[in-house]
Design a protein around this ligand. Structure first.
Ligand code: AHN
Ligand code: ZN
Length: 338
C-alpha cells in the first residue's frame, strides 16, 4: 500500500513521506531540490583500474576462457568488498542456436533486508565488432572497455565505497551475462533481432535469485565510461520508472554533473532494463549514452575494435558512480527497517 502510494505522488513529497522521524536535512527547502545525505566519494581512478583489469582478460565472450576467468575476477572482487555472491548459471540459446554457458553474477549487501535497490549492467563482451568502420574487423570480438567493463567497474567501485560506510538498506549488484550476443549486422539469415539481446537478464527476470525477489527500483547502467558521453532520459525509463529517472537527473544536476546528464529525452533502447520492468515488474531506468552526432547514438566506439580503455574517460564514470551512490545513500535515510 505504501509503495503504491509512493509511485503516485511527486518526488519532493516522496522524499518527505519516506523520511523516518522527520530527519530531513535543511537543504531541502526548495520544492525541486532534493536533500543530500552524506555519501562517500566515488574514486574514478579506482574504477578505471577495474576497467583495465577486465580488459586484461581479453574479450569476455561467452564460452571462452577470458569469460570464465573474468567472471571469477568479478565475483571475487565483490566478495572481497563484503558482498554475498550468487552465481546463477544457465545454458541459454543464442539466435543462431549456439548454447551459451551463461553466468549472471549477483552480489548482495544486507541480503536479509527486504528493502532493496537493484543496480545492474552486463559484463559479457560482444563476439563481433560488426559496427567497426573497417569491415575486416566485423568478425573480431569487441575489447568491450565501455560496453561493458565500465558498468561493472562502476558497480565494483560503489561496492568498495559502501564497505567503508555501510548501509542499512539492501543492495543487489547484478552483472548480467549474454546481453550482447544479438544478431550481427552482417548476418544474412532471417532472424528476429529483438529477441536476441539481453538473454541473461531475461533469464534472471524469469528466475530471480531469491523467491519473490523485489526492489524499490532498479538502475541499469550500460556503457557509462565512453569519452564524450552524455546520458539523456531514455524512453522506456520514463515509461516505466519516471520518478526514478527524474530523481537521478535531479541529483546529477545538484552534484554538478548536468553536462553528463542533460535534462532531455533520448531514444527508446532495447536493453536489460526491459525484462526487469516487463517480466520482473521492478521499475528500472537505463543510464545509457545518447550521442546526437557520429556513426552511432551509443558513441563512436560502439561495437568497434576501438572500444578500449584508452577511449574511456574516468570523469564520465565518476558522474554516474557519484550520482548513483548519492541516490543509494538518500534511499538509505528513508529506510525504516532495522
Ligand atoms: C540495440 O541495439 C537496440 N540495443 C543495444 C543494447 C546494447 C548492446 N547495449 C550494449 N550493447
Ligand atoms: Zn553492445
Amino acid at each position: 500500500m505504501r509503495k503504491l502510494l509512493l509511485w503516485n505522488i511527486g518526488l519532493s513529497a516522496l522524499a518527505l513521506l519516506g523520511s523516518c522521524g522527520g530527519k530531513q536535512s535543511s537543504s531541502s527547502s526548495s520544492a525541486d531540490t532534493l536533500a543530500l545525505s552524506p555519501a562517500p566519494d566515488f574514486c574514478a581512478d579506482s574504477a578505471m583500474n577495474y576497467v583495465i583489469a577486465q580488459c586484461g582478460f581479453g574479450p569476455r565472450v561467452p564460452n571462452t576462457e577470458a569469460h570464465h576467468n573474468c567472471g571469477n575476477y568479478i565475483a571475487g572482487k565483490f566478495r572481497s568488498f563484503g558482498a554475498t555472491v550468487i552465481e546463477q548459471r544457465a545454458d541459454l540459446t543464442a539466435y543462431n542456436g549456439t548454447t551459451l554457458k551463461a553466468r549472471n553474477i549477483i552480489a548482495s549487501l544486507n541480503p536479509d533486508n527486504p528493502e532493496r535497490i537493484l543496480l545492474c549492467g552486463h559484463w559479457d563482451s560482444r563476439p563481433w565488432a560488426d559496427n567497426d568502420p573497417d569491415p575486416a574487423h566485423h568478425h573480431t570480438p569487441v575489447p568491450a572497455a565501455n560496453d561493458a567493463a565500465s558498468e561493472v567497474a562502476v558497480m565494483l567501485e560503489m561496492a568498495r565505497q559502501i564497505q567503508q560506510r555501510p548501509l542499512r538498506i539492501g543492495i543487489d549488484f547484478i552483472c548480467f551475462d549474454a546481453e550482447d550476443y544479438g544478431v550481427p549486422q552482417w548476418e544474412t539469415g532471417d532472424y528476429d533481432s529483438s529477441e536476441s539481446w539481453c538473454l541473461g537478464s531475461t533469464y534472471w527476470a524469469h528466475h530471480p535469485h531469491t523467491e519473490g525477489y523485489n526492489a524499490r527500483f532498479g538502475i541499469l547502467m550500460d556503457m557509462v565510461g565512453g569519452r564524450g558521453s552524455s546520458f539523456s532520459l531514455e524512453g522506456f525509463s520514463l515509461q516505466y520508472a519516471r520518478p526514478v529517472a527524474e530523481m537521478i537527473w535531479q541529483l546529477a544536476r545538484q552534484l554538478g554533473y548536468s553536462q553528463f546528464f542533460p535534462y532531455r529525452e533520448g531514444g527508446y533502447i532495447t536493453d536489460d532494463h526491459l525484462p526487469v520492468n516487463q517480466i520482473a515488474r521492478i521499475p528500472c531506468i537505463n543510464i545509457v549514452p545518447y550521442f546526437t552526432s557520429g556513426p552511432s547514438s551509443f558513441g563512436p566506439t560502439w561495437h568497434t575494435i576501438a572500444d578500449t580503455p584508452e577511449n574511456i574517460d574516468p570523469n564520465v564514470m565518476k558522474s554516474v558512480g557519484q550520482t548513483v551512490l548519492q541516490a543509494i545513500y538518500n534511499e538509505n535515510e528513508k529506510s525504516c527497517v532495522q
